[in-house]
Design a protein around this ligand. Structure first.
Ligand SMILES: NC(=O)c1ccc[n+]([C@@H]2O[C@H](COP(=O)([O-])OP(=O)(O)OC[C@H]3O[C@@H](n4cnc5c(N)ncnc54)[C@H](O)[C@@H]3O)[C@@H](O)[C@H]2O)c1
Length: 271
C-alpha cells in the first residue's frame, strides 16, 4: 500500500459490529494481557471501541478475561490466543488468529515481560537469558510477526512496554535494565524503518505500578515526587492515546510515565 506522508491520517471509521470511541474499529493484539497492566489495557481499549486479542501463556485466566470483557461490552470485542513471546512461530500464529478472528490488525502492544533481580555478578545466567528472551527478543519477534499486517493499513501503531529501567540505570536489575533499554533502541530504530509504511512506533516507560508482578517487591517510593505507585488504569490511559489516531504525529518517542521518578534527584534537598 502507498502511504501519503504529506497529509494527516484519516480517522478510522467503525467497522460493522464495533462500538464508537477513541479507538473505534481498531483491532489490537496485546501480549501478556491475561493479568496486570495488559488486562487493564484490554479493558480500556474495548471500552473505547476497539476489538482486542489477548495473547498470553495463561490460557484459563486469559480466556476468562476475554469472556468478562465481552459480557461487559455486550459484543464480541475480545478473544484469547495462546502466545509464548519467546517463540516466533507462536507470534506468527497469534497474528494469524487475530486477523482470522477480527479481520485485521491495526495496533500491537508488546506488553509481556518478566522481572529478574541481580547485578552483573549476582544475576544467574539462566535469569539473564530468560529475561532477554521474554522482554527483548519477545518484543522483536512481535514487531517482526505483526509488521506485514500492520503495513496493510493507512495508519498503524506499535506500543512497546519498557520501564524506567530502560531510561536510567537501575540498581540490582542488570538483565531487566539491559532488556528494557534494548526495547527503547528497537523502538527508535523501528520508528525510522516503519515510518514510511504508516506504522508509528513508541515505547512507554512506567515507574512503580501496582500489579501482580510487583506485589511482593519492597519498593522505596522516596524518589517518586508523586509519592505513590501508579494504578494500572493510569498506564492504560497512555496506551489508549498512543493506540488512537490522536497521537498520529507521535513516533519514536520513549515516554516516561512515572510520577516524575526519572525527572531528577528527588532525594537531595540540601539548601
Ligand atoms: N508493574 C510495574 O511496576 C512495571 C513497571 C515498569 C514496567 N513494567 C512492565 O510492564 C509489563 C507488564 O507488567 P505487569 O506488572 O502487568 O506484569 P504481570 O506479571 O502482572 O503480567 C505479565 C503477563 O505477561 C505474561 N507473560 C509472561 N511471560 C510470557 C511469555 N513468555 N509469553 C507470553 N506472556 C507472558 C504473564 O503470564 C502475565 O500475564 C511488563 O513488560 C513489565 O516489565 C511493569
Amino acid at each position: 500500500m502507498t502511504h501519503d506522508t504529506t497529509s494527516p491520517a484519516v480517522p478510522t471509521h467503525p467497522a460493522p459490529g464495533t462500538a464508537p470511541g477513541r479507538v473505534a474499529g481498531k483491532v489490537i493484539l496485546i501480549s501478556g494481557a491475561a493479568q496486570g497492566m495488559g488486562a487493564s489495557h484490554a479493558r480500556a481499549l474495548v471500552a473505547e471501541g476497539a476489538r482486542v486479542m489477548i495473547g498470553d501463556l495463561q490460557v484459563e485466566v486469559g480466556t476468562a478475561l476475554a469472556e468478562e470483557i465481552n459480557a461487559v461490552a455486550g459484543r464480541k470485542a475480545a478473544a484469547f490466543t495462546t502466545l509464548d513471546v519467546t517463540s516466533f512461530e507462536a507470534w506468527t500464529a497469534a497474528v494469524e488468529d487475530t486477523v482470522s478472528t477480527f479481520g485485521a490488525l491495526h495496533v500491537l502492544v508488546n506488553n509481556a515481560g518478566i522481572y529478574t533481580p541481580g547485578s552483573v555478578t549476582d544475576a544467574t545466567i539462566e535469569n539473564w537469558t530468560r529475561t532477554i528472551d521474554i522482554d527483548l527478543t519477545g518484543t522483536f519477534y512481535g514487531m517482526r510477526a505483526a509488521a506485514p499486517e500492520l503495513r496493510k493499513n493507512d495508519t498503524s501503531a506499535i506500543i512497546n512496554v519498557s520501564s524506567i529501567a530502560g531510561l536510567v540505570g537501575f540498581k540490582n536489575r542488570a538483565a531487566y535494565s539491559a532488556a528494557k533499554w534494548g526495547v527503547l533502541g528497537l523502538t527508535k530504530t523501528s520508528a525510522l524503518d516503519f515510518g514510511p509504511d504508516g506504522i508509528r512506533v513508541n515505547s512507554i516507560h512506567p515507574g512503580s505500578v501496582e500489579t501482580p508482578l510487583t506485589a511482593n517487591l519492597q519498593r522505596g517510593l522516596g524518589q517518586v515526587p508523586a509519592g505513590r505507585a501508579a494504578q494500572v488504569e493510569e498506564i492504560s490511559a497512555l496506551v489508549l492515546y498512543l493506540a488512537s489516531d490522536e497521537s498520529r504525529f507521535v513516533s519514536g518517542a520513549g515516554i516516561p510515565i512515572d510520577g516524575g521518578e526519572t525527572a531528577g534527584n528527588n532525594l537531595r534537598d540540601d539548601a
